[in-house]
Ligand binder design. Structure first.
Ligand SMILES: [Zn+2]
Length: 285
């Protein structure tokens, strides 16, 4: 079923990692920089993420004894220090997710590098360690960012989509593990609605939206693959949606044959596969 299958530790049949990108109100601030502070509706919708949804999600993880991964822009970390503290207290991983959710394609590489560094400094100040993983805002990774991640010794990226399973991206500068997302397991299409970003979609019902993610899980489970939903607290952390996903996580935990772990653990395991891992040659200049 896979050209380069990966076997998972301790005889687990399949692997999974639930990821949340905590973008909060950085989205509207970067999308409408001239007057964002007047737009209380999208600001409040974003703030719901760290203030209401993240505590709910962390409580589920605590109850199910799970360690998972959150990606946070540096600006969001700085403005929501209690959220950072609560995530770290639960033993979870935080990954680099830009400075303030700016789209890397809309800046020169020089400006992007400066913002990337600013986020990295904030991260190190607040957590005491360097992040091991990165996900680009709107998956908008560029060759310059791939080079920067390799130079900065990042273990993995999670923005590119060239395979179902983690693979190794090889450039002239070195290599980095890619833990690939895709739009079928991202909660923006079913659940987001934000006129300020010209993102107007028919919002799906909770079980309808989450069922699509579960179908993705079922397919991966059958063939021993890897399932990674890319979620946002202000979307999937809403009460009824989270209840649906929480039930699915309860079932997986109960089943006992799924390795449900952090992205760092998945990437470390992928890296340990060595030459048997799919190698993707990328020209990054
Ligand atoms: Zn994001």
């Amino acid at each position: 079923m896979f050209l380069h299958p990966i076997s998972w530790p301790n005889g687990k049949k399949c692997a999974a990692s639930v990821t949340f990108d905590i973008d909060a109100d950085s989205l509207v601030r970067v999308g409408k920089p001239k007057d964002a502070e007047l737009r209380l509706q999208p600001i409040s919708m974003g703030r719901y993420g760290p203030t209401v949804a993240v505590p709910r999600i962390l409580e589920t993880y605590r109850r199910l004894e799970l360690t998972q991964t959150f990606f946070m822009p540096g600006w969001v970390m700085e403005h929501y220090p209690e959220t950072v503290e609560a995530i770290l207290k639960g033993g979870h991983e935080i990954g680099h997710h830009s400075w303030a959710h700016e789209d890397p394609m809309e800046h020169s590489d020089e400006i992007e590098a400066e913002l990337f560094g600013r986020a990295l400094d904030t991260y190190v100040q607040m957590t005491g360690i360097k992040p091991r993983g990165y996900r680009a805002p709107v998956y908008s990774i560029t060759p310059a960012i791939v080079n920067r991640l390799i130079e900065q010794d990042f273990l993995y990226d999670s923005s590119m989509m060239a395979d179902d399973l983690p693979y190794n991206v090889v450039t002239k500068k070195g290599s980095i593990i890619e833990v690939p997302p895709h739009w079928g397991t991202d909660d923006w299409p079913p659940f987001a609605h934000m006129g300020e970003l010209d993102y107007i979609m028919p919002v799906r019902g909770p079980s309808d939206g989450i069922r699509a993610f579960i179908e993705e899980f079922d397919a991966m489970y059958e063939v021993g693959g890897f399932w990674m939903p890319v979620l946002h607290p202000f979307l999937t952390g809403r009460l009824a949606r989270w209840r649906e996903l929480e039930r699915h996580l309860e079932r997986i935990v109960e089943q006992g044959d799924v390795w449900l772990t952090s992205m760092q653990k998945i990437a470390e395991h992928a890296k340990a596969q060595g030459a048997t891992l799919r190698q993707e040659i990328l020209d990054t200049g």
